[in-house]
Design a protein around this ligand. Structure first.
Ligand SMILES: [Zn+2]
Length: 108
């Protein structure tokens, strides 16, 4: 896949910036439609914790994982990156990687 190399090419590609929650929700829905295991390697929480995390992501809620040591909190959090897009457009040299279509830093 060829990535846009200019702002005009990015606009022409139809790219629409979305929030992280919207991005996670979209990718979660896609994985659910494909029938994939959403949290591979997480065992024992299929009926308790994982459905609640799915509901939180579908609803766009914030959530906090509470639990004792060794209850897979970090493991679950590390797997949340799979619900993010593989790449996001950024202007080369930008220190904060802000939205190229709506930059906030003076350099962009
Ligand atoms: Zn910038």
């Amino acid at each position: 896949m060829k990535r846009p190399e200019s702002i005009k090419a990015l606009r022409d590609s139809g790219y629409q910036p979305v929030t992280v929650k919207q991005e996670m929700r979209r990718n979660l829905v896609s994985l659910i439609e494909k029938g994939e295991n959403l949290f591979p390697g997480i065992v024992g929480y299929e009926k308790t914790v994982l459905p609640q995390i799915e509901n939180a992501m579908l609803s766009g809620h914030d959530f906090i994982l509470l639990g004792l040591r060794g209850q897979a909190k970090t493991r679950i959090l590390r797997q949340l990156v799979r619900f993010l897009d593989e790449w996001v457009p950024a202007i080369e040299g930008c220190e904060v990687n802000d939205d190229p279509l709506n930059p906030i830093c003076p350099a962009c």
